[in-house]
Design a protein around this ligand. Structure first.
Ligand code: GLN
Length: 347
């Protein structure tokens, strides 16, 4: 081979190598699934979506800016990817039910919630009174068919948190929320006042749950603390962190603190999968496979166990009371990241 031929050959080989590296980089980028790019793309795709309406049965919620839209994805190793407004706090509302249930399970074991309240879907709206009557038929059979993520079960779960005074109980409730979020949260007083002034339906639910033996302590205190926990303010980042702590088996991936016994986390996730989006929980699970929980303040958290937690804040809700944009954005992002735990190949 002449030296010129050998030079040409080496140049050709080098060219092929560069091409191969370029192709591999493109393929890798696609396979590596850049989470920030996926979060940004979902934000852009759904920011213009105008479907849904703010909750207005709690007057303060009707006043929240419907354009507020923030996404926070937090991996179990503590990486945070966000888009939009991740600073503005909304009231946590029903998402708080997850963490109060977690407190009871942590304190009193997984059977406590199962035996007193049940871990079954009601198939009814979150504040259904008919559902209570349905459950009543099986009281005494040892198989209550309710769950701690609809109002009657949640008010009952709040009543199960032990403490010598209302303040002592509250200390535990806010304590577990803070630990999951990794910072000190506060109650949004305007929401607390507005909901306290308009929560007669929840008072009726509390009274019924007491009458039927689910609540064994002062039901008025339980309803008040439930209303207070619903008014805790969180931004999208806080909610993403709380979801990620569940995804990381009870260890907050940013503070590094273990906030719940890992053996008790699957019970919490199971109830979220069954009832986290109320009577639309089946539809949600069908499309995402993710345990999740919504709140009428516009928040939605979802958990891909062992992978990530994700949260979206966007106030307009659909008829079932779940944030429209949050459902669309989380489904899109999780499916793009292979977050569905029911897909065995991780796709
Ligand atoms: N605090 C609200 C209520 O009791 C929570 C409802 C919700 O977020 N679905 O009505």
């Amino acid at each position: 081979m002449s030296s010129q031929q050998s030079l040409r050959r080496r140049a050709a080989l080098a060219g092929a190598a560069i091409l191969a590296v370029t192709v591999m980089t493109v393929v890798d980028a696609r396979q590596a699934k850049d989470p920030q790019a996926i979060v940004n793309a979902a934000f852009e795709k759904f920011r213009g979506l105008k479907e849904g309406k703010n909750a207005d049965y709690i007057p303060a919620l009707a006043k929240v800016d419907p354009n507020l839209f923030g996404i926070a994805l937090v991996t179990v190793d503590g990486k945070v990817f966000t888009a939009g407004d991740i600073k503005t706090e909304v009231s946590i509302q029903s998402i708080s039910k997850v963490f109060t249930m977690a407190q009871v399970i942590e304190e009193q074991g997984v059977e406590s919630i199962e035996n007193r309240i049940g871990v079954d879907a009601t198939g009814a709206r979150f504040n259904s009174i008919i559902a209570i009557e349905g459950v009543r038929r099986v009281v005494g059979t040892g198989a209550p068919e309710m769950n701690a993520l609809v109002n009657p079960g949640a008010i009952s779960a709040t009543s199960m948190v032990t403490g010598a005074s209302a303040d002592a109980v509250w200390g535990k409730i806010i304590g577990i929320h803070n630990a999951f979020a990794g910072r000190e949260l506060r109650v949004l007083q305007d929401v607390y006042k507005s909901e306290s002034d308009s929560n007669q339906r929840n008072q009726a639910i509390g009274a019924l749950m007491f009458a039927y033996g689910y609540i064994k302590t002062d039901w008025r205190q339980a309803v008040d603390l439930y209303t207070r926990q619903s008014s805790i303010g969180d931004n999208a980042r806080d909610l993403g962190m709380m979801a990620a702590t569940l995804a990381a088996a009870g260890r907050n991936p940013v503070t590094g603190k273990t906030v719940m016994n890992p053996a008790k986390v699957p019970g919490v996730l199971a109830v979220m999968a069954t009832a986290g989006l109320y009577d639309d929980s089946g539809k949600w699970l069908y499309h995402t496979g993710l345990p999740a929980k919504s709140g009428v303040g516009g928040g939605l958290i979802a958990v891909s166990p062992g992978k990530f937690g994700i949260a979206v804040v966007s106030p307009p809700l659909d008829d079932a009371g779940n944030s429209v944009r949050a459902q669309r954005a989380i489904a899109e992002i999780s499916n793009a990241l292979g977050g569905n735990p029911l897909a065995s190949a991780g796709r």
